[in-house]
Design a protein around this ligand. Structure first.
Ligand code: ZN
Length: 326
């Protein structure tokens, strides 16, 4: 039977899975994304993650029908390239990921946008299964979004779903994208960390950075935020409260426009903080919903942090025969 591998190429980690035709995960592997070098080093790390995933699954590399990669940046599957993946090291230009990775592993490679594949994974195998239309919201370092309408992923002209850059406050906080008042400027983990650092410089006391150091981290990861919230850290609580309000306003605005049946909250923070926070986001949406008598279902991503890799594996059609060993 043919297997397919999927890789979620993120700014902090590379997650690989090996899946059978039925969508069952047979093995997985996770490793940190290189922080130095360039695209060639990142692609070498992706190849290593696939080899480890294959070993974990106890299958042969030759049994793979293909490898799907969900990538940040500007993804062109036809050309097999990823351009301007700015959260990956030295990746300002264009790099032939499909060609280089395919040659290294000797299997066909398909590429797609990371958030799109995670949305399709939830639609086909996760929390989105009961619905024909949904909005996936991936709450992490940034806030990404994916849209399924009438069973089809909506790309727009290539960059639909940028829910993180819905404006929630005119002339508001500066967003990592350079604009003002975007939802991500309040809810993105990166923006929250930048604000926390400024607050500490101004004399605010917080456990956030102590927890970070104790865990040997250099960034305020989702796990660091979760622990600080458990401890009732005031700064963490106020940052997350602000994030929840911003998420609520932006998601409700998107729902007013699209009227999707369901909203699925995933991403590093979304998965880590889980249902209680998805419920808080749902409540924060209500005052902004035009059809508030008929709100959409709101839930968390059932596939958790494997969703991106599983969605990437779904890029390889089930039933495609495995490559003949060369
Ligand atoms: Zn923005």
């Amino acid at each position: 039977m043919a297997r397919r591998a999927g890789v979620d190429l993120g700014g902090t980690k590379i997650q690989a899975v090996v899946m059978d035709d039925g969508g069952q995960v047979l093995g997985s592997s996770r490793q940190p994304t290189p922080t130095t070098g360039g695209p060639r080093d990142v692609v070498a790390a992706v190849a290593a993650a696939v080899r480890e995933g294959v070993a974990d699954a106890g299958v042969a590399l030759e049994s793979l029908a293909g490898v799907g990669v969900g990538s940040p940046g500007d993804v062109d599957d036809r050309a097999g390239t990823v351009t301007s993946a700015r959260n990956l090291p030295g990746w300002d230009g264009s790099f032939p990921v499909a060609g280089v990775l395919g040659e290294e592993l000797e299997v066909p490679v398909s590429l797609a946008n990371d958030v799109d594949v995670a949305t399709v994974a939830e639609y086909e195998l996760g929390s989105g299964r009961p619905y024909a239309s949904l909005l996936g919201v991936f709450w992490g370092t940034g806030v990404g979004g994916g849209i399924v309408l009438d069973g089809k992923l909506w790309h727009g002209r290539a960059s639909a779903g940028e829910i993180g850059h819905m404006v929630v406050k005119l002339g508001g906080a500066r967003c990592p994208c350079g604009r003002k008042g975007c939802m991500e400027a309040y809810a993105g983990r990166g923006a929250m960390e930048a604000r926390a650092r400024r607050e500490v410089e101004d004399g605010t006391r917080t456990e956030l950075f102590k927890i970070m150091h104790k865990r040997g981290r250099t960034r305020l990861t989702s796990g660091v935020f979760a622990r600080a919230l458990e401890q009732g850290d005031e700064l963490a609580v106020s940052l997350i409260d602000r994030a929840v309000e911003a998420l609520g306003a932006a998601i409700a605005s998107a729902v007013n426009l699209l009227d999707v049946e369901a909203v699925i909250i995933g991403g590093g923070l979304g998965v880590r903080l889980g249902t209680p926070y998805a419920e808080r986001i749902e409540r924060a949406m209500l005052p902004h919903l035009f059809s508030d008598y008929r709100p959409p279902a709101v839930g968390t991503a059932a596939l958790g942090d494997l969703g991106g890799a599983i969605g990437a594996a779904l890029l390889i059609p089930a039933g495609r025969p495995a490559q003949a060993p060369t």
